[in-house]
Design a protein around this ligand. Sequence first.
Ligand SMILES: *Cc1c(COP(=O)(O)O)cnc(C)c1O
Length: 363
Amino acid sequence: MSALAVPPERTGFLNTYRRFPLNIVRGQGSRVMDDRGRWYLDAFTGIGVMALGHAHPEITAAIHAQVDALLHVSNLCHVPVQTGLAWRLGHMYGGKVFLCNSGTEAVETAVKLARKATGREEVLCATGGFHGRTYMALACTGRYQKGFGAMPSGVRHVPADDLARSVSENTACVLVEPVQGEGGCVPVALQGLRAACDAVGALLIYDEVQCGLGRTGVLHHDPAPHVRTLAKALGGGLPLGAVISEVDPFEPGDHGSTFGGNPVSCAAACATLEVIERDRLWERCRVLGLRLRSGLEELGLGVSGRGLMLAAHLGEDAGPVLEQLRERGVLTCAAGAQSIRFLPPFTATEDEIDEMVDALRRS
Ligand SMILES: *Cc1c(COP(=O)(O)O)cnc(C)c1O
């Protein structure tokens, strides 16, 4: 164990994370620095959160300005920065917006919306998916449930390829990640899903919490869903989740969130979306993704995923390899026991992508 590793019983935290033996104190661009002044290339961006890199000047400036103007008032008032974000999201994706604080809350909201809109119970999910850790989201995730008692009823899992033919008159919604993240960067075949849902009046929900906002090389996954969830990269590093929906079954009082759509998070999100749209960064994700993929394939590894959301399948335990990557100055995380995930910033350079591949070659 490295000298920096603090035993779990000494941290004061509940034992929920297996942490890297690092104290990270600073971030700039594609890199983060530890308390000893060593810089690391950030190849996983806090699981896809820091999509525009660390300390992006436009995001930082937007946050500073909003901190000086207003931290919080209430969702009982109109707040221009929130309205602006909802307008932007609605314009990008088509639909009405609910703002919350996280991915799991966005999923909870989307499922509530689908059940209320359809008057039905069944939530159809793909095996291998990940949708969060609160009870309904956990029920939809289908794993990590041991010891936590009864899950909410009405959730059914089928292999992703069987989703379309499993939709019925009892289905409230199909909830699926266009590219499964925690499941190991696995693209899901979406063709026919929208039509299957429309045929029986069910809603198609894309959980784009990890794969959204251009990371997969496209801004829109086809066919278009009725509802989508966003979080992770949306807040530019601050907590923010969103649901964007073609249908609105809610009445005032049905649903809400005290902090949802916090003005500072919204300011960061507006800046994030502005940069992504202005610089067409999904195209950059596609180009860099092809480079990363071919680099990984040249190492003889199986690669899955799309754009800058890739997993390299090692065929051996990923733990020691992650540790060696860290020693060589590259931070990333696993995707399952034997795979390494790459979620680099959209703003990475070609050289930084090559550096990631190089570090893996030597590991
Ligand atoms: C991370 C993730 C979530 C949960 O998001 P939190 O912000 O951690 O609650 C939900 N869905 C997907 C696809 C995710 O990757």
